[in-house]
Design a protein around this ligand. Structure first.
Ligand code: HEC
Ligand code: HEC
Length: 94
């Protein structure tokens, strides 16, 4: 069997898929949501069965870029709708 250009392309696609899974599986660590007085209600909302996207909507009450500033290199800017905070910032494992 000869190795063709198409086989290389196939391998490249397989590799890309694996890398994508690796990244979204949370192996790249973003600061977790602290389990503290302020953030405990959000843990309780998730435990009560609320959807992530519904909980996300409440973060901007405080994290609106003014009361609490985002790091300058923050990938999501306030006003980017919808802000999927919990997609990147996981809850602590408990
Ligand atoms: C009532 C105001 C308030 C709300 C609502 C809130 N936060 Fe926070 N958050 C804070 C404050 C104050 C801090 C900084 C002090 C601290 O760590 O508690 C903080 C810090 C953080 C940090 C950084 C922790 C660290 O280690 O530096 C993350 C991540 C975070 N919040 C995510 C979220 C997410 C996600 C939501 C929505 C589910 C949310 N917050 C909702 C007030 C809030
Ligand atoms: C696309 C992914 C992504 C989304 C969406 C996102 N963040 Fe972040 N956030 C990051 C990254 C990456 C950093 C910088 C690295 C770190 O501190 O974890 C960061 C940093 C932060 C920090 C500073 C943490 C520290 O240690 O100082 C806070 C607070 C924060 N984000 C809160 C939020 C909140 C609240 C939302 C939703 C309104 C949000 N983020 C949405 C990826 C994201």
């Amino acid at each position: 069997m000869t190795f063709r250009k198409r086989d290389g392309l196939f391998l490249l696609i397989v590799a890309a898929v694996f890398i994508t899974f690796y990244v979204i599986s949370g192996s790249i660590k973003t600061t977790r949501v602290p389990y503290d007085e302020t953030h405990r209600p959000f843990y309780e909302m998730r435990e009560a069965g609320m959807k992530k996207i519904e909980v996300d909507a409440q973060c901007e009450q405080c994290h609106d870029g003014e009361q609490i500033a985002f790091p300058p290199e923050h990938p999501a800017k306030p006003g980017d709708a919808p802000m999927r905070c919990l997609f990147c910032h996981k809850l602590e494992d408990r």
